[in-house]
Design a binder for this molecule. Structure first.
Ligand code: GTP
Ligand code: MG
Length: 289
């Protein structure tokens, strides 16, 4: 299945629910409202959509109104292009436990390889048992280099070494980090240090700090991400596990609240189950026939 097919498929749970809300010849406001809330669009955005729909002349116009309103939210937070062209281009992935950081890194590595780019992986999770092996397996499977150290060692020094090794090379450097909660001060400090030390190689590094969010927890992601934002300057979002949730609508309050763009979406467990985020495609697929 092609990439577009897989987004459509991944959004089936959310789009299927939305379809019920706009079934029939005319949009029934109460029904639409309930559906939007259930799909986790949030109260504010739901109310704004309803206002727009009330002004529309017919169902077709109403749906077009909804789509363009939602597109504005996604595009209103700036550049969603992935222009990964510095030498090297360094991306660090952060987030709480189990959201899909390591899997996302493998998927993006694979995307980059398919685009003819060189990639290296950085095993910056020296905390969780088997985390280094997990990334090593991916590096072997994808046949790409990995920079790693011992468990319990400082991931900042590993990241520094990796970025320094890649200096001047056209290469995408993907830094894995341990899952952490904001309440773990040590781990939060360790994450800040990775950023600080990367900047010693070049102040632009890491070029991106992407927070990986599990779509199935919906709007609860907002609070979680804000806590990370207090420690490191997040540049974008990877929204994973869209395939397993009907809460796909939460992407809108998340983006509007955090004011950073979604860069990639995860649509399954396989290495190909990722898409470079495209707001128009996302909105069209939400309202698929
Ligand atoms: N269905 C689905 N599963 C996913 C997706 N992304 C990751 N997963 C699964 O989520 C689980 C956790 O993935 P990891 O990549 O290990 O998550 P992590 O954030 O690195 O976890 P920690 O390192 O323990 O914090 C695995 O079983 C993945 O296969 C996705 O887009 N869809
Ligand atoms: Mg991991």
């Amino acid at each position: 299945m092609g990439l577009i097919g897989s987004i459509k498929n991944a959004l089936k749970r959310t789009s299927g629910a939305l379809k019920k809300g706009i079934a029939g010849d005319k949009i029934v406001i109460e029904q639409l409202e309930r559906t939007l809330i259930e799909a986790d669009f949030g109260v504010a955005i739901t109310m704004e959509i309803i206002e727009g729909v009330k002004k529309a002349l017919d169902k077709k116009a109403a749906i077009e109104e909804i789509k363009s309103y939602l597109m504005e939210i996604l595009e209103g937070v700036g550049n969603t292009d992935n222009n990964m062209n510095s030498a090297p281009y360094v991306i660090m992935f952060v987030g709480v436990n189990g959201v899909g950081k390591t899997t996302t890194i493998a998927k993006i590595a694979n995307l980059e390889l398919n685009n003819g780019k060189k990639v290296s992986l950085v095993a910056g999770d020296t905390f969780r048992a088997a985390a280094i092996e997990q990334l090593t397996i991916w590096s072997e499977r994808l046949n790409i280099p990995i920079v790693k150290g011992e468990y319990g060692t400082d991931p900042a020094s590993i990241a520094y070494r990796a970025i320094n090794d890649a200096k001047g090379k056209e290469m995408t450097v993907l830094i894995d980090t341990a899952g952490r909660l904001h309440t773990n001060k040590n781990l939060m400090g360790e994450m800040e240090k990775i950023v600080r030390v990367s900047k010693k190689v070049d102040e632009n590094y890491p070029n991106e700090i992407l927070i990986v969010l599990d779509a199935s927890i919906g709007q609860n992601n907002i609070q979680q991400a804000k806590q990370f934002m207090e420690s490191v300057p997040l540049t974008g979002i990877v929204l994973t596990k869209l395939d397993g949730t009907a809460k796909g609508g939460s992407i809108f309050p998340i983006v509007r609240d955090l004011k950073i763009p979604v860069k990639f979406i995860g649509t399954g467990e396989g290495v190909d189950d990722i898409s470079v985020f495209n707001p128009r495609e996302f909105v069209e697929d939400l309202f698929q026939e």
